[in-house]
Design a protein around this ligand. Structure first.
Ligand SMILES: [Cu+2]
Length: 180
């Protein structure tokens, strides 16, 4: 075996630095692509709420949960709690921007809606907000993805995406999941 000269070592280091550079570049591109093309971003909304009185708050009281059209904007509110979501089903129109707002009165939960960019943690004391446009109609599964206790595996809800023409909020602007 030929003795390795300093030149060999330098060349080897150069090769590895190219491999590392390409890897870092690929990861950076994947992050940019997810953020700019797929709109998958960490939530940036910082908004606090008293977790002890979520059900009494103006926004997250029972009569205000679910989907509501406010000034032409579709807003969906869900409370994540051990071990269910309130409401268990929310209806949203396809191909329209929807603002989803979540909070928790007890422990940390996590929410994702399968096949969409909706994926956030729900931390007691804070309101988690995500914007999304649902392209495909049908029922999407919204499970809790943050272990929150013994009933965690039973904790999921449904996001019902309906064609825009079938999305009919009532006089109050509220839209509810119709019983199947
Ligand atoms: Cu949970």
């Amino acid at each position: 075996m030929a003795a390795r000269t300093e030149q060999d070592v330098v060349r080897s280091e150069l090769r590895w630095s190219i491999v590392v550079g390409l890897t870092v570049g690929a990861i950076s591109l994947a992050i940019l692509w997810a953020g700019l093309v797929r709109f998958i971003n960490p939530p940036s909304n910082i908004e606090t709420i008293d977790p002890n009185s979520v059900h009494l708050s103006a926004e997250f009281n029972e009569a205000n949960l679910g989907t509501r059209v406010e000034n032409g904007q579709v807003v969906t509110r869900v409370v994540a709690t051990q071990f269910s979501f309130a409401p268990q089903c929310v209806v949203v129109p396809a191909n329209r921007q929807v603002t989803l707002r979540f909070t928790s009165p007890d422990v940390i939960h996590g929410i994702l809606v399968t096949g969409t960019n909706v994926n956030t943690m729900v931390v007691p004391g804070y309101v988690a907000q995500v914007h999304s446009v649902f392209r495909k109609t049908g029922d999407l599964l919204m499970p809790c993805h943050e272990y929150c206790g013994l009933g965690h595996s039973q904790m999921w809800a449904t996001v019902r995406v309906v064609p825009e023409d079938d999305f009919k909020p009532d006089a109050d602007g509220r839209a509810l999941c119709e019983k199947p």
